[in-house]
Write a protein that binds this ligand. Structure first.
Ligand SMILES: [Zn+2]
Length: 280
């Protein structure tokens, strides 16, 4: 029998806990209209591709709203305008794979990396969209997500929700949350990366935050293939062009350990209904 590391053992333990917590949402729940707010072009597929796909299959009206234009992911390799256009095309292709039609894929077009400076503008645009489409469910990044565009998306949408005069079911999804031990190894190739993982690990209580916050777990095993195909449409994030050997891709993050987090048979959400803090 092979010896399992503490990291491997803990991953198995958490996965087992997720399996035990997993719910099978009924078709009425899946059919509820939803608006998915994604800071960048790929977060929607990574964080909630399985849920989007299941909802679309059930006939729900799902809209995906990209907060930023994605211009900074590969800035040294490709011009701003070219990268913005490329990521917009990739986002539409990914959305189509998840079952969302092109007309339901929108972008606020704010400059990537600057959401923190444009919160008032973002909030106004989000309020307009929420009032126009009246979604029953809203998907946003987890409030403790490290990159500013992620936690600011959470903050902006929740502020807009506070202005609405009705209750909305909120699902916070994890993306960079997973960038902590035991999901990725503590020792990373650079000191900076190791430091980031150590800080995230402490912030997440050695992984216990997963059990404490992400208590709404959904089975997505049957749509994992679609989720993978959708994510692969974000070619600039998933595949390295032969002409650019240093072009970073998601597979590079902790030698694939990070990307593997998104292909579990479950997606976990921090779920509540507005006004904030009220669980159903
Ligand atoms: Zn992102």
């Amino acid at each position: 029998m092979s010896k399992l590391s503490v990291q491997g053992w803990l991953q198995r333990y958490f996965l087992r806990r997720m399996e035990l917590a997993a719910v099978k949402p009924d078709s009425l729940t899946l059919q509820k209209s939803a608006m998915v707010f994604s800071p960048h072009q790929d977060d929607e597929s990574l964080g909630c591709g399985g849920m989007i796909s299941r909802k679309a299959m059930a006939g729900a009206e799902v809209k995906i709203i990209f907060m930023t234009d994605g211009r900074t992911s590969h800035a040294p390799f490709i011009g701003n305008e070219e990268l913005i256009a490329l990521r917009a095309r990739e986002a539409v292709a990914a959305g189509l794979q998840l079952g969302v039609s092109e007309k339901d894929i929108l972008s606020l077009g704010l400059t990537d990396g600057t959401l923190q400076l444009n919160q008032a503008q973002a909030r106004d645009r989000v309020t307009e969209l929420l009032e126009l489409y009246q979604p029953k469910q809203v998907f946003i990044p987890y409030h403790r997500e490290p990159p500013p565009d992620h936690w600011v998306t959470n903050r902006v949408v929740r502020a807009a929700l506070r202005d609405l005069k009705r209750s909305v079911e909120v699902f916070e999804y994890p993306v960079w949350f997973w960038y902590h031990w035991p999901w990725v190894k503590l020792l990373q190739p650079t000191r900076r990366a190791t430091r980031e993982v150590v800080i995230n690990t402490l912030r997440n209580g050695l992984g216990l935050k997963l059990l404490l916050d992400f208590r709404y777990v959904v089975q997505v095993e049957e749509v994992l293939g679609r989720k993978r195909t959708a994510l692969e449409q974000h070619r600039s994030q998933m595949f390295r062009p032969a002409t650019f050997p240093n072009w970073p891709i998601l597979q590079d993050v902790s030698q694939g350990e990070f990307l593997a987090c998104f292909f579990k048979p479950y997606e976990a959400y921090y779920r509540y209904c507005t006004p904030e803090g009220e669980y159903k």
